[in-house]
Design a protein around this ligand. Structure first.
Ligand code: GLU
Length: 492
């Protein structure tokens, strides 16, 4: 294995949203670079102009930034091995294609699309697997050069081995051996002069001195081809790791578009941007998908730096993992609770703001520890804490009536609570809890019944953060006013 400094790359095509699979590939790259003191590169593979999606590159960059998966070199920050967009590297591919042609490892092919289609149909008729028949393999170099100079349209094909076998080694899957008979002479450069994905990726990995290639298992079928390409150049191969796909929650097959939409309705998603919008935090999201395929203890709670310390390519598993959104909730809530109060408050603020609430930092800092325990996502703060920023609350008569009591009895409790609290010099948690608990004893009712009425009266809702702490934040004047109003609602 190589003793060179680790250089790894995430090489997405800008063809859609950044999803979990891509994010995990990026993360593993990042972790290996961090662990070994290597470099992590973002490379945009945009040679397939038909599939190009406007804005996709920016979404990838924004998504990685949000996740905290920072790279050392990339299209937006530059670096010593740039450019980092393949469409800006045309000459590099041309030069390398020419060097292969010059040494006879590749050749120009002048076959028209019509001819290839005819060959294909004839092969099908003969029940053969369609393949390039290699007619241009034998064109003399001088003749080929003359036709190219005359402007004849052509592609560049790799002269693939036709006998024997090719063995490619994947670090987590072992050796993969294929019969060379099965290979086609792969196209390296298309008629428009742009490289194919296969060629561009191999050239770039070499040029950028990539030591480890993490990529999706969908590239496994073309892996032996890639290895042949690298070998045709005589280059050193990187360590190859093909990561498994994620399966849908049932574990059967990939998530479909429709299932992805259903997940979204349920407050979950496989797209990074959605997860952010849904109120998940990067710490929770990273921890969740990092462990899918990692192969170590399943529920370990880790921040990025802890993951980097623990990461090893030897632990990665080739078996596909099923997406489990309950685990996402679990990790997210756990990481929310690990955030320092001021940091969590800073992240909650925009959610309160977006709801039109006038947030003051003082109250925000006081309520953050009160609601923290209940948050699964950041936007849950509205359900548990919006009332803190409202001048008035609107409890319903129905909610104010405690279980097994009637309106008059509930009103009497609200009135008595008013008297007890009014008699206290302040409404601090320390002052109000003891007399209120004594009152519960006196009534012979359950704390749930009595405190339930008070909770609905002062917060306007049946579920809230701890009552006495909440009342302290709301303040004496408002608490008393709300208890009075509740009694009136119940008496009417
Ligand atoms: N551009 C390829 C993709 O988006 C990347 C494959 C690779 O990492 O080599 O799937």
């Amino acid at each position: 294995m190589t003793a060179k400094p680790v250089r790894v790359r995430f090489a997405p095509s800008p063809t859609g949203h950044l999803h979990l699979g891509g994010a995990r590939t990026a993360l593993y790259n990042y972790l290996l670079a961090k662990k070994t003191g290597g470099k992590f590169i973002l490379r945009i593979e945009d040679t397939d102009q038909k599939r190009y999606v406007e804005g996709a590159e920016q979404e990838i960059i924004d998504g990685l930034r949000w996740l905290g998966i920072t790279y050392d070199e990339g299209p937006d920050i530059g670096g010593p091995f740039g450019p980092y967009r393949q469409t800006e590297r045309r000459e590099i591919y041309q030069t390398h294609a020419k060097s292969l042609v010059d040494k006879g490892a590749a050749y120009p092919c002048f076959c028209s699309a019509e001819r290839l289609e005819k060959v294909r149909q004839e092969q099908q008729k003969r029940k053969e697997t369609p393949h390039y028949d290699g007619i241009c393999r034998n064109i003399a170099p001088e003749e080929a050069a003359r036709r190219i100079a005359a402007g004849e349209k052509h592609v560049i094909r790799l002269r693939m081995p036709q006998e024997g076998t090719t063995t490619a080694h994947d670090h987590i899957r072992g050796d993969i051996t294929v019969d060379n008979k099965n290979f086609d002479d792969a196209i390296l450069v298309k008629t428009d002069g742009l490289p194919t994905y296969h060629f561009a990726a191999m050239v770039d990995d070499h040029e950028m001195q990539i030591t480890h290639v993490f990529r999706g298992v969908e590239w496994l079928s073309t892996f032996p081809l890639h290895v042949n390409m690298v070998r045709a150049f005589g280059w050193e191969e990187p360590v190859w790791i093909h990561l498994s796909i994620f399966l849908k929650p049932t574990g059967k097959g990939k998530m479909s578009k429709r299932e992805a939409t259903d997940a979204l309705k349920d407050g979950h998603s496989i797209f990074v941007k959605d997860l952010k919008d849904l109120g998940f935090i990067p710490e929770g999201v990273n921890n969740w998908y990092a462990l899918m395929g990692w192969g170590v203890a399943e529920d370990e709670v880790m921040a990025l730096d802890q993951m980097a310390q623990r990461f090893s390519i030897d632990h990665l598993t080739p078996s596909p993992a099923a997406i489990n959104f309950q685990k996402l909730d679990h990790f997210n809530g756990t990481h929310i609770r690990l955030l320092p109060t001021a940091e969590l408050a800073r992240r909650l603020k925009p959610y309160f703001r977006a709801d039109g609430l006038a947030v003051d930092d003082d109250t925000l800092l006081k309520i953050t520890p009160l609601i923290r325990e209940r948050l699964v996502t950041l936007d849950d703060c509205l359900a548990f804490g919006a009332f803190f920023f409202k001048e008035t609350v609107q409890p319903t008569r129905e909610d104010l009536i405690a279980k097994d009591l009637d309106a008059a009895q509930s009103a009497a409790i609200a009135r008595r609570a008013y008297q007890i609290l009014e008699a206290q010099p302040d409404i601090s948690h320390a002052r109000s809890e003891a007399p209120m608990r004594a009152y519960v004893e006196e009534t012979g009712l359950s704390p749930n019944q009595v405190f339930g009425i008070i909770r609905v009266a002062v917060t306007g809702q049946k579920v809230s953060p701890p009552l006495f702490e909440s009342m302290e934040v709301i303040g004496r004047e408002k608490v008393l006013e709300r208890l009075k109003k509740a009694a009136e609602i119940l008496e009417n």
